[in-house]
Design a protein around this ligand. Structure first.
Ligand code: ADP
Ligand code: ZN
Length: 879
């Protein structure tokens, strides 16, 4: 959890006191109130959850509210009588928090204060407004977000916010305006000439327009303004108005026109003739059900007055039509082919269908090499879910993959597919979400946050490429989309299928220990051969030339031969930019980022050096900034330089580069991929984003320039990631009828991850890797929490880390956990902050959470600021 996002309410001392008497502030408590925990499972007698019948006498008086701020607890508010009849669990509610008004979510309604709540009646503030008559958050989403917040120690309100389309929770602005009674008062003030704060406020408001609270605060001071406004409001001299900020999302409407009667049956008694313009309008409408007004005016080439007259005469109707922003509008859909499933596919499908038909929870791991027909199985299984009247979701790891999949699904399922991913416009996301919520769309495809789609009657969840680290959300709230999918399926009695050619160690382990059912598609469709991957030992190349070379002769020869056969190639290197670092020959210094503990990368096309972590950039120096020496060297090749070298070596080839530098211009990325697909580009050079998903049948060579940087990462998943990368890459070559080859250049040819991936031996790799995990006590044999202490002052960070270690040891008296560190994080400085890491491991997840929670609580009680500690449960990487 990132504790550094500071809610504004906590910034000043005055506010803190205000808060602490109104709400339970228990430092950083990972534990929530007992009421909070009981949600959805065992509702207390005094509570009503959505759908319960409420007797008039037991109308809820209090609402438990989760706010989308970085506070661990929920807050209790009193519902004024005007809100009691409308309040529903899952609705958005506007509540005061400190000096702000925030939009939160009702997670529980209570008739009386529960015994577990350490709250006094007088501490409780009134809620201001309820924003939804129909709750936005469905009971299922409330339940799964609650689980996420508990498991990952993330604020519930933040998780709910992440589950809703962005922009749906408006920030609330407060306005004040004077009442008639107030107006009358002003006249008295004018006579009395008294300049109390109250009077100054009243005078300020003595105009017809509303005045924003901000403006009032500015002119009389915010603390006094609030007090005065509260008093004046109580006395009925002014009133407060809440307005959502203008960016608030809603359904989009447009004016549309439809024909009521044609002109053959004039209803006008006087029989006034139609003008030619009016006649054209009626003719234009004659063959359509309805037409957007704008389109009609353009098509008929008339002005709006003709349409208005027709409406007055009862011949047409002009009305507001809500219309859908469709992310796939106008997209070319692929042809669907109805294959007969292979025996293996059919058997896999049968096993998935059974629990789906029985309506029970069942988790599957579908292990199938690329091209083995997994996607085809997913589509059939989704169809079964639909036939059973249930919904289906499919998660994919990356945006780059979504267009392909979503078009394939749209071709199969038409409008019943909704698409969720972050590169859609806000409007599109809102509309897709609405279609899911109201049941129009029953299939969802999207990236990790799509797991929170409000589908009803969930039957099937598919997580494709389940091993991908992109399923992990790195910003707060941190969660794994894949693991959340498992839990959601369990809670809603659905079937979940994790699919991969290279399952994560955890998932395969779960299959071996029978937590998941194992499904296997070992062969490609039509027994197409897998590409042969081969290691090129760069130590030999070095021996031959006595200096490092970027390309081995073998790779160069393969490139030449591939293109002589008019086939295509992909060259990968996991480093963008031109040179990896800049070195001064005189003093030996490299140029470092001023904010991070990394060297700056040279980008030649822009003539700048850039930090790949914080994006700090400066002009490329001509002299050493350290010693003013003039022998500046650029060392190590990035993709930009590879492209240049390859263009020189193979002038006849048309070569394009794909990495984060080129993909920031989205259309360029799509254009390159399209041209490559059409064969107008011969070679793609890029980072590993090229290794995934794309299907180019004419690619018969993939060259990996170096995997050594990836292997050397100080992370327990380094070998697994490298294995996955190479297996993925091998899946790219030879998708068509021709066999492909993969060449991997390395200085570590004997590494087990490389050997097993070249032999396509998943089981061999798993067996070796799982032994390492067991011997060194890493997941899946232990649960892991990473705790990162960070801050701008090195000494403070260090001493806080040391104190933290002491508290962890105290909390860990029973020795249920192993605590490692503090040690400088692999990235010891990032974005101007020093970073020190502690790792906690335990065989018992519960114990792990207890120890971490207790240590954090103890630190908080001693007055430490916990915002400088990031807690990550099940981190995907410990870098
Ligand atoms: P995966 O998802 O495992 O990579 P796909 O489902 O995309 O595999 O299938 C690989 C290719 O084989 C696709 O072009 C697909 O259209 C085709 N395919 C899938 N199943 C069959 C089948 N039963 N018969 C013929 N072709 C198939
Ligand atoms: Zn930096």
């Amino acid at each position: 959890m990132i504790i550094s996002t500071v809610p504004r309410i906590e910034k000043t001392e005055a506010n803190e006191t205000q808060l602490s008497h109104a709400f339970r502030i228990s430092g950083f408590a990972l534990t929530f109130s007992p009421v909070y925990e009981s949600l959805g499972t065992t509702p207390k007698a005094s509570a009503t959850t959505a759908g319960d019948e409420v007797l008039p006498s037991s109308r809820p008086q209090y609402a438990e509210v989760a706010v989308p701020l970085h506070v661990p607890q929920t807050f209790t508010y009193r519902l004024p009588s005007s809100l009691r009849s409308t309040a529903q669990v899952g609705a958005r509610i506007v509540v005061p928090l400190g000096r702000q008004l925030v939009t939160g979510y009702i997670v529980k309604l209570c008739v009386e204060l529960g015994p577990g709540m350490s709250l006094q009646e007088s501490d409780i503030k009134n809620a201001d407004e309820i924003l939804d008559a129909v709750p936005l958050v469905t009971p299922e989403i409330l339940r799964i977000t609650h689980w996420v917040s508990e498991y990952y120690a993330a604020p519930w309100g933040e998780v709910i916010k992440a589950a809703l389309p962005p922009g749906i929770s408006p920030t609330i602005q407060q306005f004040v305006s004077i009442t008639p009674k107030g107006q009358a008062n002003i006249e008295k003030i004018a006579v009395a000439h008294s300049a109390t704060i109250r009077n100054r406020v009243l005078l300020l408001l003595a105009k017809p327009e509303e005045t924003s609270l901000e403006e009032v605060s500015k002119s009389v001071g915010s603390k006094q303004a609030l007090k005065a406004i509260r008093e004046l409001e109580k006395e009925g001299l002014i009133e407060r108005i809440l307005r959502p900020s203008s960016s608030f999302l809603r359904a989009k409407h447009r004016r549309a026109v439809r024909l009521l009667k044609s002109d053959d049956t004039p209803i006008e008694p006087k029989g006034r003739k139609l003008t030619p313009a009016q006649r054209t309008v009626l003719q234009t409408l004659a063959n359509t059900e309805l037409m957007p007004l704008e389109e009609l005016l353009a098509a008929a080439k008339v002005s709006v007055s003709s349409v208005n007259t027709l409406q007055k005469r009862g011949l047409v109707e002009v009305f507001d039509q809500s219309f859908r922003r469709d992310p796939l509008a106008g997209a070319d859909l692929p042809q669907i082919e109805e294959y007969e499933l292979t025996k293996a596919q059919a058997s896999v499908l049968r096993q998935i269908e059974q629990p789906l038909k029985d309506g029970i929870y069942a988790p599957f791991l579908l292990h199938g090499v690329t091209g083995s027909g997994k996607t085809e199985v997913y589509i059939r299984a989704m169809r079964v879910a639909l036939q059973l009247g249930r919904s289906a979701m499919m998660l994919v790891p990356e945006i780059a993959l979504t267009p392909v999949f979503s078009r394939r699904l749209r071709a199969h399922f038409g409008d019943r597919v909704a698409i969720f991913h972050s590169s859609l416009s806000r409007g599109e996301r809102f509309d897709e979400w609405t279609r899911v919520k109201n049941g129009t769309a029953r299939i969802v495809i999207g990236t990790r946050s799509a797991i929170f789609a409000p589908v009803r009657n969930l039957g099937l969840v598919i997580v494709d490429e389940e091993h991908e680290s992109t399923y992990r959300q790195q910003d707060s709230p941190q969660y794994s989309g894949r693991d959340t999918a498992i839990v959601r399926a369990q809670k809603e009695s659905a079937v979940v299928v994790l699919g991969s050619a290279t399952p994560s160690l955890e998932s395969f382990h779960n299959a071996r220990t029978l937590k998941y059912r194992y499904l296997h598609l070992p062969q490609r469709i039509a027994n197409r051969p897998m590409a042969a991957a081969r290691i090129v030992d760069m130590r030999d190349v070095f021996d031959r030339y006595k200096k490092p070379r970027v390309f081995s002769e073998e790779l160069l020869r393969a490139i030449g031969e591939t293109h002589e056969r008019r086939e295509q190639s992909i060259i990968l290197l996991n480093r963008r930019g031109y040179s990896i670092f800049v070195l001064c020959r005189s003093c030996g210094e490299t140029i470092q980022c001023p904010n991070c503990d990394v060297t700056l990368t040279y980008h030649r096309s822009e003539r700048v050096i850039i930090c790949h972590y914080c994006n700090h950039r400066e002009a490329a120096p001509s002299r050493c900034p350290n010693c003013n020496g003039q022998y500046i060297y650029y060392v190590g090749e990035g993709t930009e330089q590879l492209e240049e070298m390859l263009k020189k070596l193979f002038p006849a080839l048309s070569i394009a580069r794909i990495d984060r530098d080129t993909t920031s211009r989205r259309h360029l990325f799509e254009k390159s991929l399209m041209e490559f697909g059409e064969g107008r580009i011969d070679m793609l050079v890029g980072t590993q984003m090229l290794a995934k998903g794309h299907d180019f049948p004419n690619v018969t060579l993939v060259g990996v320039v170096s995997v050594d940087a990836g292997l050397a990462l100080p992370d327990f998943r380094a070998a697994e990631r490298t294995f996955q990368l190479i297996t993925q890459v091998a899946g790219r070559a030879g998708r068509g009828d021709r066999a492909g080859q993969v060449l991997i250049q390395t200085y570590h040819p004997n590494h087990y991850a490389l050997k097993h991936s070249c032999a396509q031996d998943y089981l061999g790799f798993y067996t070796e890797e799982i032994r390492h995990r067991q011997n060194h006590a890493y997941p899946p044999f232990v649960s892991l929490a990473s705790l990162l202490v960070h801050g701008a002052e090195r000494n403070r960070v260090r001493s806080q880390a040391i104190e933290f270690r002491k508290e962890l040891d105290l909390a860990n008296k029973e020795r249920a956990c192993r605590v490692l560190g503090p040690a400088p994080a692999p990235l010891a400085k990032l974005k101007g902050e020093y970073r020190i890491q502690l790792l906690v491991k335990s065989r018992s997840r519960r114990q792990l959470r207890n120890v971490v929670t207790n240590a954090l609580d103890a630190l908080a009680n001693r007055g430490f600021n916990l915002r400088s500690i990031n807690l990550e449960i099940d981190p995907v990487s410990i870098l």
